[in-house]
Write a protein of this length. Structure first.
Lengths: 165, 286
């Protein structure tokens, strides 16, 4: 697959992954503006490193590995003050739609539900139910075997069932 | 495989089925049948209820993708053009260098020889021979000959001799004259000189015979003075063939008749006979 072919494949795939990446990032950061900015950064980095995409079937795992790195980089360079890119993100970001109150409530519910889980369980829940990745691609994104991902997910859901009942 | 692992993999398959079914068709059935799926179903519904992607973000990402695609396309075109220009430059340079080398080669004797051979091969019936540029020979060797037989051997044929000579004139000297500096393809001696005179006294008549290869392919068609030392020139008839009578500026008694006969270029000169007497002797040469 040459570079031009990779870009064409990316153009066919990114629309389906954009809401999943954005929702995943929304659960990782506090601000909607920052979530949008980091999502755009993730896609930009993916385009820059398009040559590292070896297997088309692993596109989801590859994209979310880049997204996790972008978020990690954001937290590494975060300062007490509001960062410049954050400010720019605020300026460019769209406000939430009319039903934002209800939908923000869903977001807050998700955050609250996940809060009692370990960081690894939270991450697997986010990647499975928000990013909608299969176990194999979750394993690729996190460096785990698919069977191990299934067991961690099973335990996490067991804990969450009590909260939802 | 442990029981927990089996249960985990079974639950994973149920979740996959859950995601394969649209939300509106799910109802509460899967969750009711499998309590394990309760949390999964709630998480799925919560996630799908999150706000949609804002148009500005969608536009921003689309712009990045399209810009990258266009850039890659341009780079591919640029790369192709660069390769094309590079190869075209190399090809033009090689072609020009080859043309220059070919021109230089054909200007030199080896190249002309090759060209002549090529023309001979291509044209078939055409014989091509190159005549190198000759410089006037500066050194002559004179070999005295002691008899007309020696003259004949030197010339490779019987010499032409005058049948009528002025009274008292006899053949006194015979000489083969060669020019060693001339190319090998010019046979030597270049000419044979027969000198006549009174038995006692100075020589007064010389006949030079040059072997030529005109044969039936050529003859003297016209005469022109090529030397500034010729003060007078006229066309004369020498026994039916055209010849030239020359007088030289350094000595108006010095006359020469030049004509061609039977494959020989004949030159008869005198410094004591009149032009009429000289012409009579020339006309008697056989």
């Amino acid at each position: 697959m040459d570079r031009q072919g990779r870009y064409e494949f990316f153009a066919q795939q990114y629309e389906a992954y954009l809401p999943r990446v954005l929702n995943y990032v929304r659960l990782r950061v506090e601000s909607e503006a920052l979530a949008q900015d980091l999502t755009a950064q993730a896609f930009e980095q993916a385009l820059i490193h398009i040559d590292s995409l070896r297997d088309r079937d692993a596109f989801g795992g590859w994209l979310f590995r880049i997204t996790r790195n972008v978020i990690a980089a954001h937290y590494r360079r975060r300062r007490p003050e509001v960062p410049l890119e954050w400010a720019e993100g605020h300026a460019e970001a769209d406000p939430l739609p009319e039903s934002s109150a209800e939908r923000s409530e869903e977001l807050e519910t998700l955050r609250r539900v996940l809060a009692d889980l370990s960081e690894r369980e939270q991450e697997i829940i986010r990647l499975r139910f928000v990013a909608e990745l299969p176990h194999r691609e979750i394993g690729q994104a996190m460096g785990l075997r698919a069977g191990h991902v299934a067991v961690i997910l099973f335990r996490a859901l067991k804990k969450l069932r009590e909260q939802f009942e | 495989m442990s029981r927990e692992r089996r249960a985990a993999e079974e639950l994973s398959r149920e979740i996959d089925r859950l995601y394969a079914t649209p939300l509106l068709e799910q109802g509460e059935a899967p969750v009711a049948e499998r309590p394990d799926l309760l949390a999964a179903g709630r998480l799925q519904r919560l996630s799908r209820a999150l706000p949609p992607v804002p148009p500005a973000l969608r536009q921003r990402v689309r712009g990045m993708v399209e810009a990258r695609q266009a850039s890659a396309c341009d780079q591919e075109l640029d790369g192709g053009q660069v390769r094309w220009f590079r190869w075209r430059s190399v090809a033009c340079g090689a072609l020009a260098a080859t043309a220059v080398l070919l021109a230089v080669f054909l200007a030199l004797p080896p190249g002309q020889h090759v060209l002549a051979q090529a023309m001979h091969i291509l044209l078939g019936q055409t014989e091509v021979a190159l005549t190198p540029t000759l410089e006037a020979p500066t050194r002559a060797t004179r070999e005295p000959l002691d008899s007309l037989l020696a003259v004949e051997l030197a010339m490779g044929r019987a010499p032409s001799l005058p049948r009528a000579l002025p009274e008292g004139y006899v053949l006194r000297e015979m000489t083969a004259v060669s020019y060693p500096e001339l190319p090998e393809w010019i046979s030597q001696p270049f000419y044979v000189e027969l000198a006549y005179g009174l038995e006692e006294g100075a020589l007064g008549l010389w006949l030079r015979e040059y072997r030529l290869l005109f044969r039936e392919y050529g003859e003297i068609k016209g005469i022109a003075a090529a030397s500034e030392s010729v003060s007078y020139m006229e066309e004369v008839d020498v026994s039916g063939v055209s010849g030239a009578m020359l007088t030289f500026s350094q000595d108006d008694r010095l006359h020469t008749v030049v004509w061609e006969r039977d494959g020989l270029l004949l030159e008869l000169k005198t410094n004591c006979l009149s032009k009429e007497e000289l012409l009579q002797v020339a006309q008697s040469v056989r």
